[in-house]
Write a protein that binds this ligand. Sequence first.
Ligand SMILES: NC(=O)c1ccc[n+]([C@@H]2O[C@H](COP(=O)([O-])OP(=O)(O)OC[C@H]3O[C@@H](n4cnc5c(N)ncnc54)[C@H](OP(=O)(O)O)[C@@H]3O)[C@@H](O)[C@H]2O)c1
Length: 272
Amino acid sequence: METVKAGGMVLPKLGLGTWRLKGEDCTTAVLGALDRGYRHIDTAQMYGNEDAVGAALAATAVPRGDIHLTTKVWWENLAPSAMRRAIDASLTALKTSYVDLYLIHWPAPGMDLAASLGELVRIKEEGLARNIGVSNFPVALVKQAVEQIGAPIVCNQVEYHVLLSQAPLLAYLRAKGIALTAYCPLAQGRLAEHPALDAIAARHGVSAAQVALKWLFDQDGVAAIPKAGRAVSQQANLDAFNLTLDDADRAAIAALPKDVRCVNPGFAPAWD
Ligand SMILES: NC(=O)c1ccc[n+]([C@@H]2O[C@H](COP(=O)([O-])OP(=O)(O)OC[C@H]3O[C@@H](n4cnc5c(N)ncnc54)[C@H](OP(=O)(O)O)[C@@H]3O)[C@@H](O)[C@H]2O)c1
């Protein structure tokens, strides 16, 4: 599997997203993904499935050290004492002594970013997280984290797909050697069928979803975490690496609208 290297982190370009997967369905999906060769699993305290992910980690024959595991602390738990309780609860549920990447899930309105990042750094220094990062941070907030506070973040996980530009953010992250993990890489399933992608897919004998994913995999510093409960989707997303997009394909994708945002809750930051 191709990887993104950022700081000390080696992140497989394809991960399994697990939002909305729960209980046995989640455990089965994670086990199936690991069997198929996935080595990157994405969960969060807020998904309510860390115990189910942990059950898969306990049951799989794949060694823990071969798996990149990301979890996230919810934005209401960014005060240092709350973050400490959150990481302890996550590790207990995940049945592991460390996560590979611990992210602030969303910036919180009015947060004390320096205090939150300070606790995140302590969690890393204590070995509870191999690497630390953020999610849903626009450029100005990443700049504050990196340039003012000096936090050693290696990843920003944001919505990114063929219908949403992240050009300024990606340029900044690349300049700082920070990975971008693309969430909703299939625009929550909308890209499974899409006229422009269908046309590209037909030329290559693949699916529209595979075109959307390969467009992300081809970008330096970018990983993607499609949620795939079905075995057939999991395999298709792995097989997307075999596709070769050409200049005409990339031009057709570049011409698509780039302002479709699927996740924009009331507590979201100003994006630009
Ligand atoms: N940091 C954040 O704030 C944040 C926000 C949103 C999401 N995320 C993370 O990103 C992950 C992915 O985002 P998402 O789940 O919202 O949306 P997504 O991955 O863009 O889309 C998931 C949908 O696409 C379908 N799908 C997957 N592979 C497919 C394929 N090859 N062909 C056709 N359909 C396919 C899935 O179907 P089946 O499951 O039926 O196979 C599912 O319905 C989440 O699970 C979560 O881990 C993070």
